[in-house]
Design a protein around this ligand. Sequence first.
Ligand SMILES: Nc1ncnc2c1ncn2[C@@H]1O[C@H](COP(=O)(O)OP(=O)(O)OP(=O)(O)O)[C@@H](O)[C@H]1O
Length: 254
Amino acid sequence: MLEIRNVTKRFGGLAAVNDVSTTVERGKVNAIIGPNGAGKTTFFHLVGGTIPPSSGTIAYEGRDITGLRADQVARLGISRTFQATTLFDMATVLDNLIVGHRLRTRSGLLDVLFDSRRLRDDERACREKAAAALDFVGLSHVAQRLAGDISQEERKRVAFALALSTDPQLVLLDEPAGGVNPEETQGLADLIRKFVRHGITVCLIEHKMDMIMSLADKIMVLNYGEKIAEGTPAEIRRNPAVIDAYLGSEHADV
Ligand SMILES: Nc1ncnc2c1ncn2[C@@H]1O[C@H](COP(=O)(O)OP(=O)(O)OP(=O)(O)O)[C@@H](O)[C@H]1O
């Protein structure tokens, strides 16, 4: 689905991502792990178009998407969440979702000025889509709550719902279970499985090893920007280089 070839990103003298090649497989949970500063988030920025690579190529469904902007990448079917979800805390959860969906629809300034039919149609469609996305992530019951009043776990679910607004084929989830308790982590893992069941391929960064080991089909391990291992959870768990760099250290939440 996604093919990354020899991708490098340099910030000055630092190679945050260094000559990484990998694939993201359709219909699977693809995980990326590694110590803090290993280049995981930078890797997502490169795939999602937030920043261009210094060298290397990224192909999505056989099409070269290297250097495309984030909005262009999103339109092709790749969306992402961020470690911290920025919400309008004084607006309701539903309104946050509607704004997120509105930003991605067609009507422009002229439609707003002339109160066009397209604008009204767009608004209705956005409201329906936002409500459907909230339902999908199990948050219908907090739709009318202020975003500032919901729990960290609910914020994570809102991030998932926002990622759905572009009808993605592939979602990149950056620490989807960061800062939530073990029981809630289980619920979020179930939600990730639901994405895959509904045909949305997942690629995620996470430090919670119990979650990753039970959820991922395939894991890539980064260390100092380089890929040091890739394989199934069982293969990764017994890989000496991974144990040395990550699993045996205090970095992983085990
Ligand atoms: N815009 C930037 N300018 C300069 N250096 C950067 C920039 N973004 C990231 N880096 C550096 O690149 C390296 C990789 O950072 P990155 O955030 O990708 O790591 P990470 O694996 O996601 O870490 P974490 O698990 O802490 O989120 C770090 O040394 C970081 O300081």
